[in-house]
Write a protein that binds this ligand. Structure first.
Ligand code: DX5
Ligand code: ZN
Length: 221
């Protein structure tokens, strides 16, 4: 099982001071930076594009974990790869809009890591055709679109199912990750934890990141 990784979501950062915010959570122990890209179509929210990803890349030291909550990842994948995305994850729910396998192969062909994400109500079976080509699976513990939502415990069996199926890659959970919830995700088999509110809303960010890492490590079976 890969190591515990804490990936603060920049969606909860102060965008007026993004460079300082990046340095703050990196100094606080962040393993990755999670960038939530939203198109106002796949999800009702609209965030940022490749230019912000490139700006973050210029000041970041840790890998960029880019989460594409967009209807047309085929159109924008290369722009985010050119902007420095180290991990590129898109949603399996857009499968009807293009060839998912081809995009997975394309991202890997460019030497980057690729993932697929599942909304809370999408079954693990939706990943079956692609599981052997994934470096990462992102199990949403909220419906994609906004930070600050409540953790949905009903997604935990999907994490267990993925590990039971033999998925040995990065298994990420995203949405409502906090000291009260991270342990259940780690016990189920997740190893990457995206946290926006819990990190950027904490007065002591290094302390919070260390607390999250400790709780996840202690809960591992
Ligand atoms: C939601 C995003 C999440 C979100 C997490 O669509 O994918 O990454 O920003 O925020 P918190 O940790 O506040 O739930
Ligand atoms: Zn996300």
């Amino acid at each position: 099982m890969p190591p515990i990784r804490i990936a603060p979501s920049l969606l909860s950062a102060d965008f007026a001071r993004l460079g300082e915010e990046v340095r703050s959570v990196e100094a606080g122990g962040a393993d990755w930076l999670h960038l939530d890209v939203m198109d106002g179509h796949f999800v009702p929210n609209l965030t940022f594009g490749p230019c912000v990803c490139a700006a973050v890349k210029r000041c970041a030291r840790v890998p960029l974990d880019v989460h594409l909550m967009i209807t047309d990842p085929w159109r924008y994948a290369d722009a985010f790869l050119d902007a420095g995305a180290d991990w590129l994850t898109f949603h399996v729910e857009v499968a009807g809009h293009g060839d998912v396998g081809r995009l997975l192969d394309h991202v890997r062909g460019r030497g980057r890591k690729v993932g697929l994400s599942l909304q809370p109500d999408t079954p693990v079976a939706a990943l079956s055709p692609f599981l052997d080509r994934l470096d990462l699976v992102l199990v949403m513990s909220v419906f994609a679109g906004f930070g600050g939502q409540q953790f949905r415990r009903e997604v935990l069996p999907k994490v267990e199912e993925l590990r039971r199926l033999g998925f040995a890659g990065e298994l990420s959970m995203d949405g409502g990750i906090a000291p009260a919830t991270i342990g259940s995700g780690a016990a189920a088999g997740a190893n990457v934890f995206v946290a926006g509110t819990a990190v950027f809303g904490a007065p002591d960010r290094p302390g919070r990141i260390a607390e999250l890492r400790g709780l996840a490590g202690a809960a591992r079976r």
